[in-house]
Design a protein around this ligand. Structure first.
Ligand SMILES: Cc1cc2nc3c(=O)[nH]c(=O)nc-3n(C[C@H](O)[C@H](O)[C@H](O)COP(=O)(O)OP(=O)(O)OC[C@H]3O[C@@H](n4cnc5c(N)ncnc54)[C@H](O)[C@@H]3O)c2cc1C
Length: 468
């Protein structure tokens, strides 16, 4: 009998598959996507947040455990599990050697990826190259991979994994790792989760999904129906403000609009609604999708002037460009009078100190609500630019409640042979909010743990291992 069945084909799945195989287990990976689209959201990534106590190859300075933990605590507003979070953080300090062994290469942070050279290790060639390296290594070690095999449901016996059902086929294994992502690609489920707002709109109808179309949450739903313990709120997700022209799926990183902290953001009524300079962009970018989702029509408009150009990574679509604020308002479809008043009020409230986008500088507003607490400079230098924004969902946080061993739990009891890793359990660490690169930290840490635990479970149930 097969020792370990891994369901999913992204980072968490491949980390689990490689670790289980290295432990000597026979491993089969079932990936819903065709080969060309393999790798899930992981194929879209760029970097991994890493703890380190001293400079390392591509990481500058130090990023100690406590600072990483405090960052996580702050962005989640305390909605995190400390032992799980600390486990992932510590794991990030020593996983890169293993990644390197499996063909992953790193590079220093790209210019324009603000402030990340200390905290985040960038993958050479991005997430696509990382996933290709893992697949190559897995195949070399004898891991079997089947594409276009979406699993429909799991057959369980009182919390014990028995078999997976995929398109009428029944696949038995001694142990199983579910690493099939969140449910963000399932638009009906997103609609149901977000419901209708007070104005009778369905916010989720305006969402775009930044990554794969294959994370339909089929097994998440199946496990919930079978009584697995869950964690997280279905409306919580990593949700970014992206260019309103982005495609429904797989727009990826280049549709993100990264100039929010350099200007102001207004809604359809040409009103500001949040502090654009609250904190460094990598610590704040993931809240802006949700903020836009809460605005009328689920749209926002990011507005900058000529002074901001060259200070952020430009999105793939050019912004609207105009020589006057009135003209920009017309191009964006906003009420020109209301828009100009908002900008004038903001400009008048700016107290310019020493502008420095690399630190939390002293340029702020006074007497304005909402305030802009850093990087507040008047929008007064033509040409002006505006980008229409909509919410871009990266991944959802509703998932399996697990402990450090990643065993799926039923009524508080751990399954002896069913484990969860990656987005499907990220909600244990991320109750809300996000800090750049931590998705891959979570997937790598718990994917590798799930691989070891599933191999151990298979061995307990009688597997005899052949070394990889
Ligand atoms: C545009 C973008 C940029 C990002 N950038 C970063 C970054 O730089 N750093 C970072 O840390 N995080 C980043 N993230 C988040 C990151 O992608 C996720 O946190 C991480 O990839 C999750 O890994 P995973 O293996 O759990 O999920 P995924 O990589 O999404 O893999 C899930 C897999 O499950 C498969 N699957 C789904 N359902 C089934 C089924 N029923 N049967 C079989 N297979 C199934 C899918 O096809 C897919 O292969 C980014 C995400 C996006 C979309």
């Amino acid at each position: 009998m097969l020792d370990v069945l891994v369901i999913g084909g992204g980072n968490a799945a491949l980390c689990a598959a490689l670790m289980a195989r290295e432990a000597g287990a026979s491993v089969l990976v079932l990936e819903a996507a065709p080969r060309a689209w393999r790798g899930g959201n992981s194929g879209h990534t760029r970097n991994l947040r890493c703890m380190h106590d001293a400079p390392q190859d591509v990481l500058t300075d130090a990023y100690p455990e406590e600072e990483f933990w405090q960052d996580l605590l702050k962005v989640t507003g305390g909605q995190t599990n400390e032992p799980m979070a600390r486990l992932a953080i510590r794991h990030s300090s020593n996983c890169r050697g293993w990644m390197h062994k499996h063909g992953v290469r790193f590079q220093p942070s790209l210019s324009g990826t603000l402030h990340l050279s200390r905290t985040n290790a960038f993958f050479m060639g991005g997430g696509k190259a990382l996933m290709n390296a893992y697949y190559r290594s897995a195949e070399r070690l004898g891991v079997k991979i089947r594409y276009e095999t979406p699993v429909d449901r799991l057959e369980l016996d009182r919390g014990r994994f028995v078999a997976a059902h995929a398109g009428g086929e029944r696949i038995e294994a001694r142990a199983c790792v579910v690493a099939s992502g969140g449910f963000e690609s399932n638009l009906d489920w997103m609609r149901e989760a977000w419901g209708q707002n007070e104005a009778g709109q369905w916010p989720a109808d305006q969402f775009a999904i930044r990554g794969t179309r294959f994370n339909m949450g089929v097994l998440l739903k199946d496990l919930i129906a079978q009584g697995a313990d869950t964690v997280g709120d279905p409306t919580q997700s990593h949700c970014v403000a992206i260019d309103a022209r982005a495609p429904l799926y797989d727009g990826g990183i280049c549709t993100r609009v990264d100039c929010v902290s350099l200007g102001v953001v207004v809604n359809q009524n040409a009103e500001r609604f949040y502090d654009e300079g609250e904190d460094f962009w990598p610590k704040r970018y993931a809240i802006w999708g949700r903020l836009v989702a809460q605005q009328p029509g689920q749209v926002g408009y990011s507005v900058i002037d000529a002074k901001a150009v060259g200070r952020f990574m430009p999105p793939v679509f050019p912004g609207e460009k105009a020589d006057s604020l009135e003209q920009l308002a017309r191009q964006l479809g906003l009420d020109a009078q209301a828009f100009v008043k908002t900008i004038r009020d903001y400009n008048a409230a700016c107290r310019e100190g020493t502008f420095d986008h690399a630190v939390l500088d002293d340029c702020h507003t006074e007497g304005l609500s909402p305030a802009k607490t850093h990087w507040a400079r008047p929008i007064d230098t033509a040409p002006y630019y505006g980008y229409a924004l909509k919410p871009g969902i990266t991944f959802t946080y509703l998932g399996m409640k697990v402990h450090e061993d990643t065993a799926v739990r039923f009524g508080g009891q751990p399954s002896p042979n069913l484990f969860a890793a990656g987005e499907i359990m990220a909600g244990n660490v991320l109750g809300k909010g996000y800090t750049a690169g931590v998705g891959m930290t979570i997937g790598t840490a718990f994917g590798r743990i799930a691989g070891v635990e599933s191999a151990r479970a298979a061995m307990k149930s009688g597997a005899t291992f052949a070394p990889a």
